[in-house]
Design a protein around this ligand. Structure first.
Ligand code: ATP
Ligand code: MG
Ligand code: MG
Ligand code: MG
Length: 497
């Protein structure tokens, strides 16, 4: 059976909302230049913040798009899950439809259901929906309006109440907020579904019972004294994970088994001469139990990270030692490390994936194809530099071996920290190599040394506490200038049909 293509499924979404009066706009760049509170765009809503805050009038009442998002720092950081699980990515596309003071809950819910069940033909009895159970800290009652609307489409056993964390969205300490309704899908086999209801697995980190779509209803304004007032105009902000939607419409069990990732995965597998088996640890906290799991994780990490790295560079952020640039450098090094230690790639390798990705995405995100040679070169140079670091680190480790043996077969924490801090040699790689030499590493000591030093990356960890925070230091240099937000807005009509 051939897989549904990404371009077709994406276009179906855009066409559907165009048919409901939405203007289709291009994705804003991933790199944020005019908002010191955010390093990268991390949701479809982020580029439209000013419209919701009333700082700028929205150019249209109804907009839909696919937005490149990156969740690798601050409030939304999924980095450590990536590769271990099968449905969180660093970079992903968030499909979204917006109402700026136009339609509200009734139409949003109606269209969400119509799209998923009529257009995408997802089975109704696999879908679970949630509504806010009530009390956002001010006595707000449950969102029975949403609950009642859903009753027109599905049965009560598939409608679940949800708490403030999952079902009440706030931009920040103050500002627009409101209840949301999430749509989850149960992709397990019929036998598994008969044995245990999907209802019990919603929001339980099950890899085949996943959240696909969040519909936020901006109804209130949170004031500084924490009270809520009703907004004069009500708005809708939705976000659907495109790669998860692809998994659902393809009838597969992992985002990586879809047309979004398969071209990259096949290329990697061929290039390194290792088959991709599609296995994963039982939970993201488990270490790989088999060699297949170990190489599968590495292949997923690389297929995922190359997207984040390539698009971020194409959107104007070079790897560097500060802020957003450092985040990208760390992602790139994470990918190199997996290629190096799990797939035995001792030579630069990631850069070879850029043309595959650029071709694949040319129809929707042409910015990568347009800068393919530049992006490829930046990545290759980073790889060369880091591989040298890795070699230096390996030699240092060889030299340290004797001392460690005299120290009860333990590499002390301070040394491990120096390796990471001075030589950029990551702790887990030290631990891995130590294990191969029959040594262990003093992790507690390493953590202490790490704590003692003010981390260079601390700035980015502290900046994003919410989707909207007050300004901190803003000295992140943007080395390369890509197109910016105003240009993106000026090109709003580019994808209009
Ligand atoms: P989850 O609970 O699975 O982490 P979320 O509640 O953090 O998702 P939202 O902020 O509601 O996600 O974003 C809207 C949609 O974007 C989600 O319903 C999901 O489909 C998708 N999504 C969120 N994070 C990721 C990610 N790291 N990779 C891929 N898709 C994601
Ligand atoms: Mg999340
Ligand atoms: Mg969630
Ligand atoms: Mg959510």
């Amino acid at each position: 059976m051939s897989l549904p293509t990404a371009s077709h499924v994406r276009q179906q979404f855009l066409d559907f909302f165009a048919s409901k009066g939405h203007h289709i706009v291009p994705s804003a760049p991933l790199v944020v230049k005019d908002d010191p509170t955010l390093l990268f765009i991390n949701s479809g809503m982020a580029p439209f913040k000013d419209y919701f805050l009333g700082n700028k009038p929205a150019p249209y009442n109804r907009i839909a798009d696919t937005q490149k998002c990156l969740r690798v720092s601050g409030k939304h950081n999924d980095l450590e899950e990536v590769g271990y699980d099968t449905y969180h990515h660093t970079m992903f596309e968030m499909l979204g439809n917006w109402s700026f003071g136009d339609y509200f809950k009734k139409d949003a819910i109606n269209w969400a259901w119509e799209l998923l069940t009529d257009v995408y033909k997802l089975e109704k009895d696999r879908l679970y929906v949630t509504y806010f159970e009530g009390d956002a800290g001010d006595g707000t009652g449950p969102d029975t309006e949403t609950q009642d609307l859903w009753r027109q489409y599905t049965t009560d056993d598939r409608i679940l109440p949800g708490n403030k964390k999952d079902n009440f969205w706030e931009m920040g300490d103050t500002g627009p907020c409101g209840p949301c309704t999430e749509i989850h899908i149960d992709l397990r086999s019929d036998e598994e579904r008969a044995a245990k209801s999907g209802r019990e697995l919603v929001n339980a980190d099950h890899p085949q019972v996943v959240e696909v779509w969040n519909n936020v209803f901006m109804e209130f304004q949170r004031l500084a004294d924490k009270s809520l007032i009703k907004l004069p105009a009500q708005s809708v902000d939705t976000g659907m994970g495109f790669e998860r939607l692809m998994m659902a419409v393809s009838g597969v069990k992992s985002n990586y088994d879809t047309d979004v990732f398969q071209p990259l995965i096949q290329f990697i597998a061929k290039e390194v001469g290792v088959e991709y088996h599609g296995t994963s640890p039982a939970t993201v906290n488990d270490q790989p139990a088999t060699e297949n799991e170990r190489t599968d994780i590495a292949i997923r990490v690389i297929a995922d990270h190359i997207r984040a790295i390539a698009f971020t560079i194409a959107d104007g952020q070079l790897p560097s030692n500060v802020k957003a640039g450092y985040v990208i450098r760390r992602i790139l090094r994470r990918a190199v490390r997996y290629a190096f230690s799990s797939l035995n790639q001792k030579q630069p390798f990631l850069y070879k994936l850029v043309p595959v990705l650029a071709d694949q995405m040319a129809g929707i995100f042409p910015e990568l194809k347009a800068q393919q040679a530049f992006v490829t070169r930046v990545i290759e140079e980073e790889e060369i530099a880091f591989l040298k670091t890795l070699e230096t680190g390996l030699r240092r480790l060889d030299a340290l071996e004797e001392t460690a043996r005299q120290n009860g077969n333990v590499i002390d924490g301070k040394t491990a920290f120096e390796l990471s801090d001075t030589f950029g040699f990551p702790f887990d790689l030290t631990a891995l190599i130590a294990r191969e030499k029959g040594l262990t590493v003093d992790e507690e000591g390493f953590k202490k040394a790490l704590e003692a030093q003010k981390g260079r990356s601390r700035g980015d960890q502290e900046t994003e506490q919410s989707d909207w925070v007050t300004v901190r230091d803003t000295d992140a240099p943007n080395v390369f200038v890509g197109y910016d937000q105003d240009e993106a807005t000026a090109h709003l009509l580019r994808y209009r049909k």
